[in-house]
Design a protein around this ligand. Structure first.
Ligand code: HEM
Ligand SMILES: [Ca+2]
Ligand SMILES: [Ca+2]
Length: 311
């Protein structure tokens, strides 16, 4: 199948000859960025997901519109609200160009940056196969709108989405553990107060009170709703299992973060991860490799961009 073929196009020693110090250079250019802004790891981890989910892991999300494309490209999808720090990938690229010009793709840098985000916040150091090429185009915002999941996604949505990346249910629950880092803005939380549908499932009443205080009922499109936020778990700068404790206790910010702790298909894994960090880290690592190998371009099916935000 296509997944397998593409996955085989990547390798663990891809830059051995052309950029042997790649991983060291990425790490030494990224660690000062993380010290300057401890919220950047969460931004880079989410950036990887949103790149891979739309047209595959091809750095399409970095491309700035040119000419009459203005405002109609991928990055302008409302579902990319909150995407930050794309420019850090360009800075890492600049450091790499000095050492190994024209070798390392922007799409591989996105994956390496996400992996450092996990490792440097206390998570596992994941070995990732490399050799992705960059796209020659960025899709329209309409394509991004349809490929990115809605903030109201439920367990069915995520199980079928991640099954499309060949993940097991255990791996699907593990990759959602990415929400152990970062924040959710109030515009994405307000649907949780809507009792008419299932979006308020598995919510602890004290947690609901907390959410309503932080996120009063302004309109989701108001500037205030877009400027206020809640942490994704109780330790939102640390990659740990607190997300799963919250999911069990009904303290998930998004519908998925709550439902995953209640649904009989996912709850056993949520409980296992809450009790066993090694098991979470192992399942997360294999899920990360699957997500980061999704629909990759290899060989002649893409390019190595010299500047990440332009083709
Ligand atoms: C498929 C189901 C998923 C849904 C519906 C979802 C939805 C969201 C939403 C609505 C936010 C809040 C954005 C904001 O308000 O600023 C968010 C944040 C985040 N998501 Fe997800 N997400 C999903 C899966 C993932 C995956 C697979 C990853 C990583 C591999 C991920 C990583 C993150 C991170 C790290 C943040 C925090 C970003 C920050 O602090 O800037 N998410 N997600
Ligand atoms: Ca992409
Ligand atoms: Ca955490």
């Amino acid at each position: 199948d296509q997944m397998e073929t593409n996955y085989e196009g990547l390798s663990y020693n891809y830059y051995e000859k052309t950029c042997p110090k790649l991983e060291d250079i990425v790490r030494s250019s990224i660690s000062p960025m993380f010290i300057l802004d401890p919220t950047s790891p969460s931004a880079l981890l989410r950036l990887m997901f949103h790149d891979c989910q739309v047209q595959g892991c091809d750095a399409s999300i970095l491309i700035e519109p040119s000419g009459d494309q203005n405002q109609f490209t991928e990055i302008y999808s409302a579902k990319n609200f909150g995407i930050r720090k794309r420019e850090l990938i360009g800075s890492i690229k600049t450091s790499l160009e000095a050492e190994c010009p024209n070798q390392v793709s922007c799409s591989d840098i996105i994956i390496l940056a996400a992996r450092e985000a996990v490792a440097l916040t206390g998570g596992p150091l994941i070995s990732v196969p490399l050799g992705r090429k960059d796209s020659l185009s960025t899709p329209s915002k309409h394509v991004a709108d349809s490929e990115l999941p809605p903030s109201t996604a439920d367990v069915d949505t995520i199980l079928s989405l991640f099954a499309g990346m060949a993940m097991t249910v255990e791996e699907s629950v593990a990759i959602m553990g990415s929400h152990t880092l970062g924040v959710t803005h109030c515009n994405n939380v307000l649907s949780r107060f809507d009792n008419a549908n299932g979006t308020n499932a598995n919510m602890d009443p004290r947690f609901e009170t907390f959410l309503r205080v932080v996120c009063p009922e302004f309109s989701p499109s108001s500037k205030t709703a877009e400027a206020t936020f809640v942490p994704n778990d109780q330790t939102s700068l640390t990659f740990d299992t607190a997300y799963y404790d919250d999911a069990i206790a009904g303290r998930g910010n998004l519908r998925i973060d709550s439902e995953i702790g209640a649904d009989p298909r996912t709850r056993p894994f949520v409980e296992a991860f809450a009790a066993d960090q090694d098991r979470f880290f192992n399942a997360f690592s294999s899920a990360f490799v699957k997500l980061s190998s999704y629909k990759v371009l290899t060989g002649n099916n893409g390019v190595v961009r010299s500047v990440c935000d332009k083709v």
